[in-house]
Design a protein around this ligand. Structure first.
Ligand code: ZN
Ligand code: ZN
Length: 323
């Protein structure tokens, strides 16, 4: 069983004043009080995307215990973990996380803990490797993301086989077809509704330095499907960091590309305009990145994100679905 719930996910660090403003939510939300957009500094208090040693790409050896410690120190309102499931053989470390949670002292259980997974899309139709309900320890929530193109093993997120060079050699027609294939993948993934959160949209392309405006045009349809199928759209700090770095490089891949920061801002705005919940993600692969939103916050502030714009997992009564 999976679930969604949106409500206030932002705490302002400064003092509050009058002039409250709340965006109209997509679904019923718990109103946690007014928020003042005249106070510029904000602090997100939820983080749905954190890796541990059970993800091969994790840069450090830490587990659930260290995440709980970090998120307590960060003043988060609950704790999440979301290790990778790339193939049907992976389990996302869920059984071990459950075991760790059961054996931790009670002081570690003051915050609710949600044990989720990040599934990789494994087919051009946006399938995921394994039915979440069939895992030995079913996850509390499921993130789904594109980490490689299932139809082309050379095109991977890490650009290991030289995907950018391959893309640069593509004809215009070939590149257009690739963008359409990726679009169909995302649409399939959302329509199947096996995921709760669409992870780091277009980060695959960001890593290859591609900020093609046609991706944004296509994304409108995906956002509308997310709304229909109640799939939240992730706002990922690592993606924001990448966009900032690419902006500095100023090396557009082709004439269709727009500025990286403009691209990322447009993604956020598009989701907010359709009232699809945003899902905050540090996508931490190292201790220091847990709960860190340093690059993301300026984008959220600029977009005017506020109460009702964010997915939360700690209230389950009004936005539920089962898969
Ligand atoms: Zn990912
Ligand atoms: Zn991740």
């Amino acid at each position: 069983m999976f679930f969604h719930k949106v409500f206030l996910a932002i705490q302002h660090q400064g003092p509050r004043h009058g002039n409250s403003h709340e965006a109209e939510p997509a679904v019923p939300i718990d109103r946690a009080g007014p928020i003042d957009h005249t106070v510029p500094a904000m602090k997100l208090n939820i983080d749905h995307h954190v890796h541990t040693r059970y993800s091969n790409c994790c840069n450090e050896d830490y587990g659930l215990k260290e995440i709980i410690e970090a998120q307590n120190a960060n003043g988060m309102s609950y704790v999440c973990v979301s290790d990778h499931i790339h193939t049907a053989r992976d389990t996302g470390g869920l059984e071990d996380h459950h075991r760790a949670l059961a054996t931790l002292p009670s002081s570690y259980k003051e915050l609710p803990v949600y044990l989720g997974v990040e599934m990789t899309f494994t087919s051009p139709e946006g399938d995921i490797p394994v039915d979440p309900g069939a895992l030995p320890a079913p996850p509390s929530f499921t993130i789904g993301g594109c980490h490689h193109f299932p139809w082309d093993k050379d095109l991977t997120m890490g650009d290991v086989p030289g995907g950018r060079a391959k893309l640069a050699r593509m004809t215009e027609q070939g590149l257009t077809e690739l963008l359409l294939q990726h679009h169909r993948l995302l649409q399939g993934a959302v329509q199947k509704a096996r995921i709760d959160i669409l992870a780091h949209p277009f980060d695959f392309f960001f890593r290859l330095g591609i900020f093609d405006a046609r991706l944004l045009d296509m994304f409108h349809d995906t956002v509308r499907l997310c709304k229909k199928h109640r799939v939240a759209i992730e706002v990922n700090n690592a993606s924001a960091r990448r966009c900032d770095a690419e902006e500095k490089k100023n090396t557009p891949f082709n004439s269709q590309c727009i500025a990286p920061k403009k691209f990322f801002s447009a993604l956020i705005t598009m989701a907010m305009e359709e009232k699809v919940p945003l899902s905050p993600a540090s996508d931490a692969h190292a201790r220091n990145d847990i709960g860190c939103f340093d690059s993301l916050l300026p984008y959220l502030e600029e977009a005017g994100a506020g109460p009702g714009d964010f997915l939360r997992l700690d209230s389950l009564d009004t936005f539920s679905k089962s898969v």
